[in-house]
Design a protein around this ligand. Structure first.
Ligand SMILES: CSC[C@H]1O[C@H](OP(=O)(O)O)[C@H](O)[C@@H]1O
Length: 347
């Protein structure tokens, strides 16, 4: 029986089932995870990806980890087992802070209820709360961001910060969806987002399914498209926002932000409070994931570069706070000085 089912994932009570985002848009294939090891692999291999989506996925993986334990979860062995489950899931990817935020929330819930008669039910309720809250938060981000867009605007996006990057609705694409739902005619230019092609494979697919006007461009076209006056605003997602407002997001975001400033185009970041990490002072302290060179040398399994060519494949970059016009959150749009305005969100 399904307790939660969205485009991104399904929770049945005994398994979390993901659409395999590596296969989109040409194949809609599903991967069923019945334990926390499989869930770890689904996050690490980007079967499921996107900061809020991996946070919720890890929360369900944590519940599966608890269900694996044979014995008293409140025993020393049980508590040690859950510590290992949390550490395993936390080791899947290093940059998106939502992963660690969700696991800390689940582990705190576990420690507070380890000796309860229904610990697993309590953990499942918390994981479902994280998931349903994400949907509500994304819709609030959408409403707040929609007010920044005018009827007839064209928005540039980078990567995929849509329903597939969250439990549902999306953050950056949530802003676009909300503006369209408010009756505004919005067009989108979507960067393909090499090397993993989240823009070409996922954003274009999502927006076409919703009937939202989308034009796909290669990443190196963004500057020229801006110089032709085709872009009114940029809206992207985030994987971690440091206390000073520096933003870690998909590789290529920094270049888009510099180009937006050069052309006097507002550059907005749409993100939930769970992506803001006040314990990380600046972008310099954000760990940047490096991924397989094969993501660069191959496109959908077809080799496009010489054997053994040297590669460098950082999956994220950091956009300095002074290139960010505003950060769209579920509590409203915050503007610089972010070292003050971000803290105020948590008061
Ligand atoms: C809604 S935030 C999504 C965020 O996550 C993506 O990274 P990845 O596809 O590697 O998980 C990208 O940075 C998006 O902006």
């Amino acid at each position: 029986m399904s307790k939660l089912k969205t485009m991104t994932l399904e929770w049945t009570g005994d398994a979390v089932i993901f659409i395999d985002q590596r296969k989109l848009p040409l194949e809609e294939v599903y991967v069923k995870c019945t334990n926390h090891f499989d869930t770890f692999t689904a996050i690490k291999d980007m079967i499921v990806r996107g900061a809020p989506a991996i946070g919720a996925s890890a929360a369900f993986g944590y519940v599966l980890g608890a269900k694996e334990f044979r014995g008293e979860l409140g025993s020393e062995k049980g508590i040690d087992h859950m510590k290992k489950v949390k550490e395993k899931l936390a080791s899947s990817r290093p940059t998106a802070v939502n992963l660690f935020w969700a696991l800390e929330r689940m582990h705190k819930t576990f420690l507070e209820n380890a000796s309860s008669d229904n610990t697993i039910d309590i953990l499942e309720k918390e994981a479902l709360a994280i998931a349903f809250e994400d949907i509500e938060v994304n819709m609030a981000i959408g409403r707040n961001g929609s007010e920044l867009l005018r009827d007839g605007d064209t928005v540039l996006t980078h990567c995929n910060a849509g329903a597939l990057a969250t439990v549902d609705y999306g953050t950056a694409l949530g802003v676009i969806r909300a503006a369209v739902e408010a009756g505004k005619r919005i067009s989108v230019f979507a960067d393909e987002t090499r090397p993993y092609l989240q823009g070409a494979r996922l954003t274009a697919w999502e927006l076409m399914k919703d009937g939202i006007d989308v034009t796909l461009i290669s990443d190196n076209m963004a500057g020229w498209v801006m110089s032709q006056g085709k872009i009114d605003a940029v809206v992207v997602g985030a994987d971690r926002i440091a206390a000073n407002g520096d933003v870690a997001n998909k590789i290529g975001t920094y270049s888009v932000a510099v180009l937006a400033q050069r052309h006097g185009i507002p550059f907005y970041v749409a993100a939930p409070l769970s992506t803001i990490d006040l314990s990380t002072p600046t972008g310099k302290e954000i760990p940047i994931e490096e991924r397989s060179h094969k993501e660069i040398t191959h496109v959908q399994g077809i080799q496009v570069a010489p054997h053994n060519v040297k590669c460098y494949n950082p999956a994220f970059d950091v956009t300095p706070w002074n290139l960010v016009t505003g950060i769209i959150t579920e509590k409203g749009v915050v503007r610089p000085p972010y070292n003050v305005t971000l803290k105020n969100l948590f008061d």
